[in-house]
Design a protein around this ligand. Structure first.
Ligand code: NI
Length: 256
């Protein structure tokens, strides 16, 4: 079994072909997928998909790119939406200093507001960090964001950051870049990070793994991420599937 811990099924590239995508995932033994919001509308879509499909869970929140859309009204709407039974975390939130699509002060405010929301709801938090390691870590420590655990999504290959994040109660999720030949740091991290903190994800429709780079990504492809992890850890694919699924269920409190 496999769990894809980070998908964006509501993206127009995927939603238009959803029956095929879910069938492909089933054929690839992907038992569950966690659909992540990036603004209020996409969070509502994630919840609707979770209501409709047993194998889909929802994470609701506002991405750093969209941080400027997180006003008081949206925060209270997210609070209400989080009461849905299959909302398993808050996110994705964090900081993105690579694209800076929202001003950095707004990104920080939205990040802190969502940490407070997650703490109020006793839910874990899903973190997006791009080129903002120190600020992400400083905020997580100051706000004690890991009190209900959380996930550092799409591990960047920066092992010291992963170690500090694990000390703050976070899990580390690997995505398509682990399959890239030149991703030496990601490979080193995958070999060293303690196995009981590792998750796998596709971040679909983005970040297709080898040998599918350049094509649309989908949850079935999480098996390429898991297979590369199996190679790096000298384990079988089924062991990796079991361990990463167990970790996903723990952090998202999925019981079945
Ligand atoms: Ni994402």
């Amino acid at each position: 079994m496999l769990i894809d811990s980070h998908v964006h099924l509501q993206d127009k590239k995927l939603i238009s072909d959803l029956p095929n995508i879910l069938a492909n995932a089933k054929a690839a033994e992907v038992d569950y997928m966690v659909c992540i919001g990036y603004d209020y509308a996409s969070s509502c879509q994630a919840v609707n998909l979770a209501r409709k499909y047993d194998q889909v869970y929802a994470v609701i929140g506002v991405h750093p790119h969209d941080a400027s859309t997180l006003d008081e009204k949206t925060l209270s709407e997210l609070y209400t939406l989080a009461k849905e039974t299959k909302v398993v975390a808050i996110g994705e939130t964090g900081l993105d200093y690579y694209r800076n699509l929202s001003p950095q002060d707004q990104q920080k405010k939205a990040f802190i507001d969502q940490i407070h929301l997650a703490k109020e709801l006793y839910k874990p938090i899903v973190i997006h960090d791009r080129d903002a390691h120190q600020d992400v870590l400083d905020i997580i420590k100051k706000e004690k964001a890991g009190v209900n655990q959380g996930i550092m999504h799409c591990f960047s290959g920066h092992l010291p950051l992963a170690v500090e994040m694990m000390q703050q109660n976070f899990y580390i999720s690997f995505a398509g870049p682990i399959t890239y030949k030149n991703a030496k740091k990601t490979h080193e991290g995958a070999a060293k990070i303690t196995m009981d903190r590792i998750l796998v994800e596709t971040d679909c429709p983005y970040l297709s793994p080898e040998p599918l780079r350049g094509k649309r990504n989908e949850p079935a492809n999480v098996r390429y991420v898991a297979a590369k992890l199996a190679e790096l850890r000298h384990k079988s694919l089924s062991e990796i599937g079991y361990l990463t699924s167990r970790n996903s269920k723990q952090v998202f409190r999925i019981t079945d």
